[in-house]
Ligand binder design. Structure first.
Ligand SMILES: Nc1ncnc2c1ncn2[C@@H]1O[C@H](COP(=O)(O)OP(=O)(O)OP(=O)(O)O)[C@@H](O)[C@H]1O
Ligand SMILES: [Mg+2]
Length: 474
C-alpha cells in the first residue's frame, strides 16, 4: 500500500513541481493551498504525512499542528519554513512535528526524511491492524449480525478515547468483556482499566471510592485518598451496575463528566481528569428514569454511544463458535483430548435458552470437559438441565458412566457429593418408571414416596413419564 502525503503549501507553482517530484518517489500525493482545505483533507481522506509550509498560516501553524494531531494522532507532519529562524525548528519539534526542513527544498534531504516518515506510517498501519485483531483477541467472539455490529462500534469508538459508552444487556452477555475490548482497542490510552461495581458500596463510600477524599473529610478519613477517577486517569473507568448508583452520586458523576474534572470529598480544588467512562447495567434504565430513580440528564450523557448485547438465545449463531472455543480452552487447561461436539449435542446447545447467557455456556462447557471422558461430546454428556429443557432426556439414551475417581476428587466436596446423588436419582427413577411403565401413581407407591415428590424429581431430571409407556412413543 502506498503512503499518502498532503502538500500544504500556499505557493501554487512550488506545490505543482513538488507534487510531480514526490509522485515519482512512489507516494500518493494531494495538495491543499489553504488552512481550511488542509483541515478538510486530513479529516476526510487517508493521510500519512503532511508537508506543512509555515507560510500557510504564519502565526497559527503551531496550533494547527496540534489540531491535526488530534484528528490523526499517527500523522507525520514535516514542517517547512523559508525563514532561517532556529526558533521555528525548535517550536515545530516541541509540538511533535516529525521533522523540520528549510526552504527552498533540498530534494535529497527531503527524500531521506520522507522515507523515514513512510516507514513510520507503515509501522502505524501494522499496529493498527494488530490492534483491530486484538479487539477480537481480547476474547470477545461472535459471528452473529448483532456481534458484528458490536465489533464495528467498538472499532469506531476506539478512535475517540473519551467518548462515554453505555453497555446494556442481561447478566452474562459479555458487558465487561466489551468494555475491556474497547479499552484495549483505544488509541492513545496510557492509563489502566479500572472497574467498580456500584452495587457493592453504600452511597457515601461509593462517592469517596470514585472521587477520593481529603484528609479529615469525614470521621474515618485519616489520610487523603485518591479516587478511582484519578487512578484511571488516561485510561478507562468501568462503572458496573450503574442502575444501582445513588441519586446524589449520580449528580456528582454528571458534573464530573461535563466538567472533565472532579473534586475530592472535602476538597475544593477541581482536578482535571482524562478518563473514558463506560457504564454497564442489566436493568432497564429508561424505566428507572421514569420512576425517578435515575437522572434523565445523566442517562443521556452516558448513552452517547449505546451498545446493547442481546441475550445469547437471540444470537444462536454465536453458540457453536463460543462452545468450540471454550472447549478448546478448557481441554488445554485440563489436559483433555476432546475434539468437539456431535451434531446432536450441538443441536441441544443451540436450542437451550441460556438464561445465564455466555457465562452459563462457559460454565457448562467447563464442567463437561472436567467431568466427562470422551472424544466427541454427545447428548448424554450434556448436563441434565439442558436435556430437560430440550426434551432430550429419555431412557433410550445411554446413561453417562459413573464419575471416575479422578474426575471426582477434582470437584469441591459438596459438588462431588451432589453429582453422585444426582447420578443415583436419575438411575433410580429410570429403573423405577421402566418397571411401572410410566405409571407415576404406582411407581410412587412402590418407591414409598409421595406422588408429588416423584413428579418433582422427574421434572428435575427432565424425565417424562409418557416416555416409559409400553408403546414407547415420546
Ligand atoms: N462474546 C464473547 N466471547 C467470549 N467470551 C464471552 C463473550 N461474552 C461473554 N463472554 C464470557 O462470559 C463471561 C461473562 O461475561 P461478562 O462478565 O462480560 O458478562 P456481564 O454482561 O458483565 O455479566 P453481569 O451482568 O453478570 O456482570 C465471561 O467469562 C466472559 O469472558
Ligand atoms: Mg459484569
Amino acid at each position: 500500500m502506498k503512503a499518502s502525503i498532503l502538500i500544504a503549501e500556499s505557493a501554487q507553482d512550488a506545490a505543482s513541481w513538488l507534487r510531480e517530484e514526490l509522485r515519482s518517489w512512489g507516494l500518493l500525493v494531494r495538495s491543499a493551498n489553504s488552512v481550511d482545505q488542509l483541515r478538510t483533507s486530513v479529516s476526510t481522506e487517508p493521510t500519512d504525512i503532511v508537508l506543512l509550509d509555515t507560510a500557510l498560516s504564519p502565526d497559527g501553524w503551531p496550533e494547527l499542528l496540534d489540531e491535526l494531531h488530534q484528528v490523526r494522532h499517527a500523522l507525520a507532519i514535516v514542517v517547512a519554513s523559508a525563514s532561517p529562524d532556529v526558533r521555528t525548528a525548535v517550536e515545530a519539534m516541541r509540538r511533535g512535528a516529525f521533522d523540520y526542513v528549510q526552504k527552498p527544498y533540498d530534494l535529497s534531504e527531503l527524500q531521506v526524511i520522507l522515507n523515514r516518515a513512510v516507514g513510520l506510517a507503515k509501522m502505524h498501519r501494522e499496529l493498527e491492524a494488530l490492534r483491530r485483531g486484538q479487539v477480537k483477541c481480547a476474547g470477545l467472539l461472535g459471528v452473529s449480525p448483532a456481534m458484528a455490529q458490536v465489533f464495528a462500534v467498538v472499532e469506531k469508538i476506539a478512535r475517540s478515547p473519551y467518548t462515554t459508552v453505555l453497555i446494556t444487556g442481561e447478566s452474562g452477555t459479555g458487558k465487561e468483556l466489551v468494555a475491556r475490548a474497547i479499552h484495549n482497542a483505544s488509541e492513545g490510552v496510557s492509563g489502566p482499566f479500572v472497574a467498580i461495581s456500584c452495587t457493592a458500596f453504600q452511597e457515601t463510600l461509593l462517592e469517596s471510592e470514585l472521587f477520593g477524599h481529603e484528609r479529615g473529610a469525614f470521621t474515618d478519613a485519616r489520610e487523603r485518598k485518591l479516587g478511582l477517577f484519578e487512578v484511571a486517569d488516561g485510561g478507562t473507568l468501568f462503572l458496573d451496575e450503574i442502575g444501582d448508583m445513588d441519586l446524589k452520586v449520580q449528580g456528582k458523576l454528571l458534573r464530573a463528566l461535563e466538567e472533565k474534572a472532579i473534586r475530592r470529598v472535602g476538597g475544593t480544588q477541581a482536578i482535571r481528569i482524562n478518563v473514558r467512562v463506560i457504564a454497564a447495567t442489566n436493568r432497564d434504565l429508561e424505566h428507572l428514569v421514569r420512576e425517578g430513580r435515575f437522572r434523565e440528564d445523566l442517562y443521556y450523557r452516558l448513552r452517547v454511544v449505546p451498545i446493547h448485547l442481546p441475550p445469547l438465545r437471540e444470537r444462536v449463531e454465536d453458540i457453536p463458535l463460543l462452545a468450540n472455543e471454550f472447549l478448546r480452552e478448557f481441554a488445554t487447561q485440563f489436559g483433555k483430548a476432546m475434539q468437539g461436539f456431535t451434531p446432536q449435542a450441538m443441536e441441544v446447545l443451540t436450542s437451550y435458552p441460556w438464561p445465564g447467557n455466555v457465562r452459563e455456556l462457559r460454565n457448562v462447557i467447563e464442567r463437561i470437559v472436567l467431568l466427562e471422558e470422551c472424544q466427541w461430546i454427545d447428548v448424554p454428556n450434556l448436563p441434565r438441565e439442558l436435556l430437560a429443557h430440550t426434551g432430550h432426556a429419555s431412557p433410550r439414551e445411554p446413561l453417562p458412566g459413573p464419575l471416575s475417581d479422578q474426575a471426582l476428587w477434582r470437584l469441591p466436596y459438596r459438588e462431588a457429593k451432589g453429582r453422585i446423588i444426582e447420578d443415583f436419582e436419575r438411575r433410580y427413577l429410570i429403573g423405577l418408571l421402566h418397571a411401572h411403565q410410566g405409571n407415576v401413581t404406582r411407581a410412587a407407591a412402590a418407591a414409598g414416596i409421595p406422588r408429588g415428590s416423584l413428579q418433582r424429581l422427574l421434572r428435575k431430571h427432565g424425565l417424562r413419564s409418557e416416555t416409559f409407556r409400553r408403546d414407547g412413543n415420546r
